[in-house]
Design a protein around this ligand. Sequence first.
Ligand SMILES: Nc1ncnc2c1ncn2[C@@H]1O[C@H](COP(=O)(O)OP(=O)(O)OP(=O)(O)O)[C@@H](O)[C@H]1O
Length: 475
Amino acid sequence: MPIPPYPVIYFIHNTVLPPPLLQTPIIKIMASMILTLFSLPMARWPWTISLVRCRVYVFFFVYVVCHLPLSETIRTAPAPGLNLPEELQGYHTLVPLESLSGERRKFFSWYSTVYRAIGSADGAPYTLRRVENFRLMHQTAFNAIEMWARVRHPNIVRVKEAFTTRSFADNSLIVAYDYHANAKTLYDEHIKPKVPTFQNGRLQAQTTVIPERVLWSYIIQLSGAISVIHDAGLAARMIDATKVLVTGKNRLRISSCGIVDVLMHDARQDVGMLQQEDLVMFGRLLFALCCNNLAAMNTLSKAVETLTRGYSSDIKNVALYLISKPGPHKTISQLIDMIGKNRLMAEMDEVQGSADRLESELTSELENGRLVRLLCKFGFINERPEFPRQPRWSETGDRYIIKLFRDYVFHQVDENGNPVVNLSHVLTCLNKLDCGTEERIMLVSRDEQSCLVVSYKEVKSCIEGAFSDLARPSR
Ligand SMILES: Nc1ncnc2c1ncn2[C@@H]1O[C@H](COP(=O)(O)OP(=O)(O)OP(=O)(O)O)[C@@H](O)[C@H]1O
C-alpha cells in the first residue's frame, strides 16, 4: 500500500472529521475494523465500498491509529481547535506541552506556554516557550540569547534562538530550545501531590522521599551546570522545581535559560549578584526537594528540622551554605569542594556504568538491525512472481539455493509433518548466514527429489548476487 503524501493526510485530518472525534475510543475500534476489512481478500469486501473510497478511509484510519497513542514521545499531529499558527518562523506542527485550561501561573509578569514544534530546516522536534503580550523594546535584549546558544552542557537544555512574532495575534516572544521527549519537571516528579492509592486495604496518600544517593546526584549535576553557566559570564536566574527537567533516570537539565535575560533586559543587574542569587535559588530548590514542598523555605526552622530528620548533616550543610548570605567566597566552585571527591568519583562511576548499559543495549539493537536487513533481502528475493521462467530463478538455477535455504530456515517440519517454530534455529541460521561461515548444511527440496550440500558462505553469495541483481536499475 503506498504511503499517502503528507498534504492528503493533512487535508483529511483537518477536514473530514471534527477534531474531538479523533480522540474517541470508537474511532480506534472503527479503525481496526476497517484495517481488518482492508486485509481481507478483495472478493469479500462489501460491494458498496469502492476501492478508491476504501483506500481513502484506510489512509485516514491508519493515520488516526498511528497518531492516537499521542505520548510525550510521539506528538506529530498539530493540536486541533487552538488556532495555533501553522508556520512560525521556521517551525510547524505546534503542540502545547501543558494544559491551556484552568488556572494559569504567571511567568514573572507574563503568561507563558510551552509548545513542542518541528523545525522546518531539519525536521527535528524543538521546544518553544512563548511569552504572551511581550513587547521587545531593544533588539540588544537578544544578545544574551546569543551567549546562551554557545553554552553546551549535558545538564542544560540547549538554547537555540529567540524571536518575536505576531502569529498568535499578539506580540509574543518565542525562545526555542532542544526538545527532550518524556521530560517531566522536578516538581511533577517529586513534589506534586500524587493520587492516593490503596495500601494494605486503605486509601493512602503517596509520598515520595528522594533517596540521599539520588539527591547527591542531583546536587552534582546542577552544580556542574551552574558552574558552566557562571564561567560563561551568565546567570541561570531560573533554578526552580518547575523549570528543572528530569529527562531520563535521574538525569536533570536546567530549562528556560536565557528567557529572563530577555524579559528583564531593561532592569540591568550585576551578573555577580545574579550568580549569587542562583546559589540561593539552588538552596531553596534543595529544601523544596527534601521537604516535598515548594514553599518549604517560608518556615526555615521547620524546613531545617525536616531536612535533618531525613538526610545527613552533609546535605544540610550544603543546603544551608547555598542559602547563606552572599559573599566573595561563596561560589559554585566552593560548593563543588564541599561535595568532595568521593561523591564526585561515585557519580562518575555511576555515569560510566550507565553508559556501558546503554552501549550493550545498543549492541543488541545493532544485531537486530542486521537481521532485519537480511530478512528484508529474503523478502525481496523469494518467490518473485515476475521471473518464474528465467533459468537463474528456476529449480536448477543458483537462485534455487535461496529458496531451499528459506525452507531450511523457516519451513522445517517434524517427523509428523508439523511445522517446527523454533526462533533460536532461525536466529542461529541468520547469524551464520550474515557471517558467511564455512559450515555446510544440507538443503532438501520439499518433494525430497533434490538435495544440495552448501556452505553458509555460498548461500550468502547467492543472496547478495540475487539482491544486487534486483536492485540494479535496468536489468
Ligand atoms: N525542553 C523541553 N523538552 C521537553 N519538554 C519540556 C521542555 N521544556 C518544558 N517541557 C515540558 O513542558 C511542560 C510545561 O513546562 P513549564 O515550564 O511551563 O512547566 P510548568 O510546570 O507548567 O510550570 P509553570 O507552572 O511555571 O507554567 C512541562 O511538563 C515540561 O516537562
